[in-house]
Unconditional design. Structure first.
Length: 476
């Protein structure tokens, strides 16, 4: 097969594996996006697609990843039985299970975690020489083409992101500003050899100093603490979005049932919006599956089902403080990765997921965090710096006995009010949980050990697929 059809089968194989896992709430019938069941139902009418899928599941030894013969047999039975509704119930892994899955994925990709004891927090690279240059905005350069991040997979499927025309018009400035902020973030306060940017005739050497200079020059800066559902599939079928979240077991039982509360994994980022006489840029800040905690230019349009909610907005001195702390996080993560260069996936999961760095900013700005899940390993944050201190204060969810707070689970749902959530089953479960939590009657789920390990084994395969795919795009 060509790479396109292989990719289509690869992603749909991932979706099919979800049938073997815990149940999740069903999709809304009236949703403007397509459920996976509908996509699979239509594709199954194509003999070429079915033949390609069976080849990948059976005769290709690499297609099944770590799936054994029994799992492959079960998948065949479900496909032959055309039990497509099961495809709308996606994985329900616990946070510890996700951690084991990442380690399995790392082993499968020949990575090894660094077991050395963490050293002092700050390490300065010897190749960082003193440089002073102009800001370079307005910047030259063309925006990405409308289909720059889309790939045809065959069978009417595409994967990737659409370009947002409005953001594309500011892309050159956004890219340059992100590059400058990231370089300024890496300046060590203990080293005179520093990168500086000249603005208004004056050099600045920190991200917050640059943003302050822009505001003094008549620019407006707003920092938004934003939440979304994470899109791990980025699938489009005949021009329509396909609902592909990753459902996670919160460890909470839905009141009045024996079902665990499953929610789509959230994505969070701090968005830096600059408008003014010279600089007009849109940036996002998070730690991605590419293993980088960094400022990034915003240029793509999210699929409708990821939704979006701004939890906090910062202006003035608060916006400058959020900028300063984001820069400190960039520098701290860079230093940790220098000490631990063999961390799988650039430290993703071990140093947290997208939520962890944003939770640090929220913790500093608000005194607490409302984000879930948080997965960083405290052993990598034993230094005396501000970022390490914030990391050690986070309410982590990756321990065996971790009990996520309902407040954080609810706070990570990307709608201002649950009544606005267009997923009826999920909305009902969350409302039941919230009511029981507020009344003090909320039970917990204790999944059987055998089930955890079965889900982990299958999840390891899923993580291999997702981490390979998202190393290209970074966001998760």
């Amino acid at each position: 097969m060509s790479p396109g059809p292989q990719r289509a089968i690869f992603l749909l194989t991932l979706l099919l594996i979800g049938m073997l896992m815990c149940r999740a709430p069903l999709l809304a019938d009236e949703a403007p996006w397509l459920p996976v069941s509908q996509v699979m139902s239509e594709l199954s009418q194509n003999p070429d697609f079915v033949a390609a899928l069976y080849t990948r599941l059976g005769r290709n030894p690499k297609a099944g990843g770590i799936l054994g013969p029994d799992e492959i047999k079960r998948l065949r039975e479900l496909i032959l039985g055309k039990n497509f509704e099961a495809l709308d119930r996606f994985p329900g892994m616990t946070i510890p299970g996700m951690g084991r899955a990442v380690r399995l994925a790392a082993a499968a990709m020949n990575h090894s975690a660094d077991k050395a004891n963490p050293q002092p927090e700050v390490v300065e690279r010897a190749d960082r020489a003193a440089i002073e240059e102009e800001l370079g905005i307005p910047a030259a350069g063309e925006p990405p083409a409308p289909d720059a991040y889309l790939r045809s997979l065959g069978f009417g499927l595409e994967a990737g992101d659409r370009i947002d025309p409005e953001l594309a018009g500011r892309y050159a400035d956004s890219l340059r500003l992100a590059e400058v902020l990231n370089r300024l973030s890496l300046n060590s306060p203990d080293n005179a050899s520093r990168y500086r940017v000249v603005i208004g005739g004056q050099p600045v050497d920190t991200p917050s100093a640059l943003m302050n200079a822009l505001t003094e020059a008549g620019h407006d800066l707003e920092v938004r603490d934003s939440r979304y559902f994470a899109n791990f599939g980025d699938l489009i079928y005949h021009g329509r979005d396909v609902f592909t979240p990753f459902w996670i077991d919160t460890g909470i039982t839905v009141p009045g049932t024996d079902r665990p509360l499953l929610v789509p994994v959230s994505h969070s980022q701090h968005e830096f919006v600059v408008r003014g006489p010279v600089v007009n840029a849109d940036l996002s800040f998070y730690f991605g599956i590419d293993g980088e905690a960094m400022f990034r230019p915003s240029v793509t349009r999210d699929q409708a089902w990821v939704m979006g909610m701004v939890a906090h907005r910062y202006r003035g001195a608060e916006a400058l403080e959020a900028t300063r702390l984001a820069g400190a996080i960039v520098r701290t993560y860079d230093a940790i990765k220098q000490r631990h260069p063999d961390l799988p996936f650039g430290g993703y999961y071990a140093l947290g997921v997208c939520n962890d760095v944003n939770a640090m900013i929220e913790l500093k700005m608000q005194g607490e965090t409302s984000l879930f899940p948080l997965t960083l390993d405290p052993q990598f944050f034993r230094g005396s710096g501000e970022v390490s201190r914030l990391a050690l204060r986070l309410p982590l969810d990756n321990g065996r006995d971790a009990k996520p707070e309902p407040r954080r689970i609810l706070g990570s749902i990307p709608v201002a009010e649950l009544s606005a959530l267009p997923l009826p089953s999920l909305r009902k479960d969350l409302e039941e949980v919230r009511t029981a939590w507020e009344s003090g009657t909320l039970p917990r789920t204790h999944p059987p050990v055998v089930l955890i390990w079965v889900v982990t084994a299958i999840g390891g395969f899923l993580m291999v697929l997702w981490l390979v795919r998202w190393r290209q795009g970074g966001r998760a």
